[in-house]
Design a protein around this ligand. Structure first.
Ligand code: FEO
Length: 172
C-alpha cells in the first residue's frame, strides 16, 4: 500500500512525464514543418518514450492500491530560435526530470517504502541514459555550428545515434 506522500509524489511524476511527452511532441512538430525529418522522427520517438514512462508509473500506482491522477498539462513551447536552442531545452528538461526523480526517491526512503524505491531504480538508470544522449547531441550540434552540410548529415544520422553510458557498461 502506498502512503499518501509517496502516492502524491508519484502522481506528480506522472504529470512530469506526461508534460515531457507533450514538450517533445511540440519539438517533433516544429522540426517536421522545418523539413528536418530525422530530427522530427527522433523527437516523435522521445515523445512516445515519455508516454511509456508515464504509463509505467500509472500502472504502478494503481496496482499498489493507489489511484493514478491524470491532470491537465502545461502548454509546451511550440517554436524555437534554432535547433541548438531546441536541444538545449531538451537537455535542461532532462536535468529537471532527473532532479524530480531524485526527490521522489528521497521521499520513498523517508517513508521506508522499499518496494517503490526499488521500482524507481529503473527511472534512475533511464535518466543517466537520457542525459547522456542529450549531452552527446549538444556536443555534435556545437561541432556543426553553422555548417549546413553538417546539419544535413546530422538530420540524416540522428536516429542511429548510439551513446555508451557508464550505466550501460556496468556488469549485470
Ligand atoms: Fe521520462 Fe526523459 O524522462
Amino acid at each position: 500500500m502506498l502512503s499518501k506522500s509517496v502516492q502524491d509524489a508519484l502522481n506528480k511524476q506522472i504529470r512530469v512525464e506526461a508534460e515531457s511527452s507533450q514538450i517533445y511532441l511540440a519539438m517533433a512538430c516544429w522540426a517536421e514543418v522545418k523539413g528536418l525529418e530525422g530530427i522530427s522522427n527522433f523527437m516523435y520517438e522521445q515523445s512516445d518514450e515519455e508516454r511509456e514512462h508515464m504509463l509505467k508509473l500509472v500502472k504502478f500506482v494503481n496496482e499498489r492500491g493507489g489511484h493514478a491522477k491524470i491532470s491537465d498539462l502545461k502548454e509546451p513551447n511550440v517554436a524555437f530560435g534554432s535547433i541548438k536552442e531546441m536541444f538545449e531545452k531538451l537537455f535542461n528538461h532532462e536535468v529537471f526530470v532527473s532532479e524530480s526523480i531524485n526527490d521522489l526517491v528521497h521521499i520513498t526512503l523517508q517513508e521506508k517504502d522499499y518496494a517503490t524505491h526499488n521500482f524507481l531504480q529503473w527511472y534512475v538508470a533511464e535518466q543517466i541514459e537520457e542525459e547522456a544522449v542529450a549531452r552527446t547531441i549538444l556536443d555534435k550540434i556545437n561541432m556543426i555550428g553553422d555548417d549546413k552540410g553538417g546539419l544535413y548529415l546530422f538530420d540524416r544520422d540522428i536516429n542511429n545515434l548510439t551513446v555508451t553510458t557508464a550505466a550501460a557498461n556496468q556488469p549485470e
